[in-house]
Design a protein around this ligand. Sequence first.
Ligand SMILES: [Zn+2]
Length: 282
Amino acid sequence: MQLSDEDFRNYTVLKKGFEGEQKSDKWLEGLSEGWLVLHDLLLEHNHSKFQIDTLLISQDKIYPLDVKNFEGDYYVEDDKWLTCTKRETKNPVHQLGRCELLFRSLLHDLGYHFPLESYLIFINPEFHLYITSINPSLVFHSQLNRFLKKLNTRPVNLNKKHYKLAEQLVALHIVESPYPHLPNYHYEGLKKGPLCPNCDCFFTDCMGGILVCGNCGCTEGVESAVLRSVTELLLLFPDQKITTKLVHDWCRIIKSEKTIRRILGRNYKLNRNGRSSYYSKY
Ligand SMILES: [Zn+2]
């Protein structure tokens, strides 16, 4: 469907954040054994919520990391972070400071006195920040390897106290719906057809049981494409009853209803009820 400008902006931000997390997970694979690593903690202290992307616990120090996937050129002016088109983003150094303050106070209340060292990790190699001063809490892409090497020299003989802290933090983690701002959508408003698993474009051709993507040239068997499409349909419309007619409409490019019926019959349980028969998972 066509997203509104606001939804599209929101989508782009979420996608970028997700890609950043993936890159950071990959980077952290280089961390030596023994560290305690907690991801995506949402905590509350003194009625203020704060998020820690990655928390590294070593023997004598705790490192909250805020991972940013910024891309392009940025500069700082009067404490404001601006892109070259002068669009302002939230100052991540302020965010980091706020987070550290709240987290330190929370740790203190829990009875821990580990020193904290917070860092802003800029994970995207296409990011550049024009600054004139050195801020040791900023780690740029070209410094990631050295930063990791430095971490790997830290002692990591963890004991019960460290594990207890980790357990307490996980227990304090606030679970929020991952879809708070899902845009409104309805079946009629959505473009239909199986999507290429490689590039997410709609398949353009269906020949002899094989679907072909006109965008990247990728091909896929009809059965696996139909099954993926049904999974997507159920994700979007969890209460929808799966019928041959519906899936045939949803997978528009596949002309034969018989093919759809055969695939559903092979992979789902048929609940017979005359005209309102439907398929469900085994
Ligand atoms: Zn494709």
